[in-house]
Every structure is written in C-alpha cells, then in structure tokens.
Design a protein around this ligand. Structure first.
Ligand SMILES: *[C@@H]1O[C@H](CO)[C@@H](O)[C@H](O)[C@H]1NC(C)=O
Ligand SMILES: *[C@@H]1O[C@H](CO)[C@@H](O)[C@H](O)[C@H]1NC(C)=O
Ligand SMILES: *[C@@H]1O[C@H](CO)[C@@H](O)[C@H](O)[C@H]1NC(C)=O
Length: 202
C-alpha cells in the first residue's frame, strides 16, 4: 500500500470523514444551485415594461371618498438570452393611489420557456375602494382637473427554475411600476400611454 492509501485508509473508517464528505457535497450542491440562480436572475436579464394602460373609470365620490376604478394593463416581462425555463406562480398585482392600496388581482401562473423572452401579463382591476385621509382626496382633485393620474402598480411572483428534470426554487420577484395614466374621456381624443419601464427586484 502506498502513502496515498495509508492516508486514505483511516479516513474511510472514521465517522468524522463521512460528515466532512457530506458537508462538502452539500456545499457543492448549494454552490451549484446558487450559480444557476445567479445565471438566471443576473441583474439586467429580466426587464419589465408597462406597455399599455387603459383607465376607463377613475372617479372619487365627494365626502365619502369612495374611489371607483376600472383599470387594465399590459405588462411585458422580457428575459434576455434565456437559457432555462422559468415558472412563475402565486402571481398577484396590487394597485396603489397615493400609497394606498386600492385594488388587488390574482394572475394566472405562467411559464417562460427557454426560447421565448417576452410574456405579456394583463392585470385588470375594477371596483370601489374607500380612500383614507384628506391627502389622497386632495391629490385626486388636483389630478382630476388634468385627467391624468399617478398610479403605482406592483406585481409579485414566486419563481421556479426548470433545469433539466429538476425544478429549483428561485427568488421571489417584485415588479414596481410608477405610472402616469390618462383617463378615458369621451369628449377628448383617446389617451396616449407612453410605455414605462418598471423596476424589477428580488
Ligand atoms: C372596464 O373597462 C373596459 C374597457 O376598458 C370595459 O370593457 C369593461 O366592461 C369595464 N368593466 C366594468 C366592470 O365596468
Ligand atoms: C428576444 O429579445 C431580443 C433582444 O433582447 C429581441 O431582439 C428578440 O426579438 C426577442 N425574441 C422574442 C421571441 O421575443
Ligand atoms: C374631458 O375633457 C374635457 C376637455 O378636454 C374636459 O373639459 C372635461 O373635464 C373632461 N372630463 C373628464 C371627466 O375628465
């Protein structure tokens, strides 16, 4: 038996070495997962753009401060050079006016295969919500005269990376879109929405 064998022999017998091997394997696996997650979610690989927005109703009842809204959006998620398929689940969109959440919508789960890089999400909100405090109502009155409103849309989703036969949990994703949306007005030309870049974070 050579020197190498003598070095290995006590190792194979000891329980400590089993633990060390196990720890090394687990660390290697974690590193591999971290590299895959990093490659898929590297900054600047995922872009979100609000491409379309329709605000057909946005009005505030006097005194009661009840906001009546009907808003639909087209939100494009684009992945550059996607190499692995991604699945998004627990997808939800929230709409805020003056930092007050006035609407919530669940969106269907979806997948982005490794070849396509743009997916259009279409959150839609309609209903009523009671605004709190005079600040929001005052802001509403101000924006009402021009018919264009500052509305904040947040979309959150959980991600899963589909790599080979595996499905690895990815980070939670948040898309943050501060928008200026013009309300439909029958006595004015149809509103023009300027596509707006959203901020993506994990
Ligand atoms: C909301 O507006 C859309 C047009 O943008 C319309 O088709 C839809 O019927 C409206 N929904 C409600 C509940 O008013
Ligand atoms: C993917 O993105 C590239 C640029 O980032 C673009 O040129 C190409 O048209 C996109 N492909 C699809 C299928 O969206
Ligand atoms: C619609 O537009 C006209 C003229 O641009 C304006 O006077 C009116 O207040 C607007 N109506 C609403 C509901 O915004």
């Amino acid at each position: 038996m050579g020197a190498g064998g003598e070095l290995c022999y006590p190792c194979r017998r000891s329980r400590l070495c089993g633990v060390v091997t196990c720890v090394v394997v687990v660390l290697a696996c974690l590193l591999l997962v971290a590299i895959v997650v990093y490659l898929v979610f590297r900054p600047n690989l995922l872009h979100a753009t609000a491409a379309q927005a329709d605000l057909s109703t946005f009005s505030l009842a006097l005194k009661a401060w009840t906001l009546t809204y009907n808003l639909s959006l087209g939100l494009d998620l684009t992945r550059h050079k996607p190499r692995l398929a991604l699945r998004y689940h627990t997808v939800a969109a929230d709409a805020y006016y003056q930092d007050q959440r006035f609407a919530h919508a669940r969106l269907p789960d979806f997948a982005q295969p490794a070849a396509t890089n743009t997916t259009r999400l279409s959150p839609a909100f309609h209903g009523r919500h009671q605004l709190l405090g005079g600040v929001a109502a005052a802001a509403f009155r101000r924006e009402d005269t021009e018919g264009t409103f500052s509305i904040h849309i947040m979309v959150a989703a959980r991600t899963e990376i589909q790599a080979w036969a595996l499905s690895l949990p990815g980070p939670d994703m948040k898309v943050d879109c501060p928008l200026r949306i013009q309300r439909w007005n029958a006595s004015a030309p149809p509103p023009v929405f300027h596509p707006t870049a959203c901020h993506v974070s994990y």
